[in-house]
Design a protein around this ligand. Structure first.
Ligand code: HMG
Length: 412
């Protein structure tokens, strides 16, 4: 068994355009504070019809391989977590393999469980390496999605889109997973959020989905805490065990959710100590342990499977050097539902990786659009004809239309 496994390199890709949520609030007749303070969101990424899930995923991997060149024959597995695939049968992973002309000697597949799919992909890659099945090869996990709710619905300000590609190996320069098995899981059959066949927009029981998330978090966190204590990963001096984690990145459907999540984790710790469930420092603890991971989710919105990993990418970018060798927690939630709380140690070289430049460029390249243009782009996403290309300073993959029933992609 290999014991040093995790993320060697990662890259992000987000759509070229974004909507400022104060513009959406004005158009919907909502107090902007409801979005910016009540939900804690600022901007959301808006994909055009050329930026479908394949294009986002393939471009994130292109960025990864540009910044961190490796011999492609070393890639033995490509696993994509997504809930907004483009075909009932053919996985995004095959399209991505084709776009990047990756070798045939690899496993390729998609994994689906709502927003948990990215973690399922990461864990599949880590397990494959840990078991020795990889026989010295590396694996790629990609999380990519476009979040869509009905226009004018309560879910509308919680949309977004993006992709994160991760190189998983036994040389985890960015993040070493506490692997194997230092994780807690919690799953249940619930109808909090779902998307029946034939629908582009998700159906959601919004307030119930928040309860399901928090309930799953309580179970998964308790599971992680028990295993971490057994493995002596929890600081014996920490009165509140979650304080042993320098930072915690939560799945972020909207930033206020991370605040609710962190309050729940502390409440679980305090309750299990037999104390009152608040000790007056929740806000300070949130600012210190959680807020640094929200920089990207606040500007991109919910990217479903990719949300947690956008949070991690932003965190490593902002604090990679001060977090070196320190443990962080990660919580992944997928509606329906399943969840996992796990932990990892930040690598010595996280601060010097190309990730920070990549993240900065991804945001700098974006352009702000108005509500009319946003509504036009959302309507055009349903089209299967070739969208008009837009110049970009960096090369991207784009959906180029359907020919003879087959989706085509170009590198622009
Ligand atoms: P809503 O019902 O319109 O909002 O939709 P609300 O009335 O609950 O208000 C939201 C917050 O804003 C509240 O704060 C209000 O008090 C506050 P809270 O009580 O929660 O702390 N507020 C204001 N604050 C300042 N100034 C004001 C003001 N007015 C109100 N003027 C909801 C909110 C999240 C339900 C909706 O956006 C939604 O349905 N979103 C989609 C579902 C979702 O994101 N669920 C999260 C958990 S499930 C999950 O994470 C999985 C998911 O990512 C999918 C997957 O797994 O694939 C979604």
């Amino acid at each position: 068994m290999k014991n040093q496994i995790g993320i060697e390199a990662m890259a992000v890709h987000v759509p070229k355009r974004y909507l400022d949520l104060s513009d959406l609030a004005a158009a919907r007749g909502v107090d902007p504070a409801k979005y910016t303070i009540g939900l804690g969101v600022k901007e959301m990424a808006v994909a055009d019809s050329g930026e479908d899930t394949v294009a986002l995923a393939a471009t994130a991997l292109l960025r990864l391989l540009e910044q961190h060149p490796i011999d492609r024959t070393r890639i033995g597995m490509l696993a994509v977590g997504t809930e907004t695939g483009v075909d009932h049968s053919k996985p995004i992973a095959s399209y991505v393999q084709g776009c990047l002309e990756l070798p045939q000697t690899m496993r390729t597949f998609d994994l689906k469980h709502a927003c948990y799919g990215g973690t399922a992909a990461l864990m599949a890659c880590a397990d494959w390496i840990a078991s020795g099945s990889g026989a010295g090869k590396v694996a790629i996990a990609i999380a990519a999605d476009i979040a869509r709710y009905e226009l004018g619905s309560p879910g509308e300000p919680t949309q977004g889109a993006g992709a994160v590609a991760m190189l998983v190996s036994d040389d985890p320069r960015l993040l070493t997973l506490h692997h194997p098995a230092i994780s807690g899981v919690s799953s249940a059959d619930v109808h909090d959020f779902w998307r029946p066949h034939g629908r582009r927009e998700a159906l959601v029981d919004g307030h119930y989905s928040i309860e399901c998330y928090l309930e799953a978090l309580s179970g998964a966190y308790r599971g992680w805490r028990a295993k971490a204590a057994e493995a002596d990963l929890i600081d014996g001096d920490a009165r509140v065990p979650s304080e042993s984690l320098a930072r915690i990145a939560y799945h972020v459907p909207f930033c206020k959710m991370a605040q609710k999540a962190h309050a729940r984790v502390r409440a679980v710790d305090l309750e299990d100590l037999g104390e009152s469930t608040t000790d007056g420092i929740e806000k300070e603890s949130f600012e210190r342990q959680v807020a640094p991971s929200l920089a990207l989710p606040r500007r991109i919105g919910n990217a479903y499977t990719a949300s947690l990993y956008l949070g991690v990418a932003g965190l490593l970018t902002a604090e990679g050097s001060s977090l070196a060798r320190r443990p962080i927690g990660l919580f992944s939630y997928g509606s329906g539902c399943t969840s996992e709380f796990f932990s990892a140690v930040v690598g010595e070289r996280a601060a010097t990786s190309a990730l920070a430049r990549d993240v900065a460029q991804a945001l700098e390249e974006r352009e702000r659009i108005g509500v009319e243009e946003y509504e036009r782009l959302i309507a055009a996403q349903a089209s299967s004809s070739a969208p008009a290309g837009r110049p970009s300073s960096r090369s991207t993959f784009r959906f180029a239309g359907v020919e003879a029933g087959r989706r085509r992609y170009t590198r622009a």
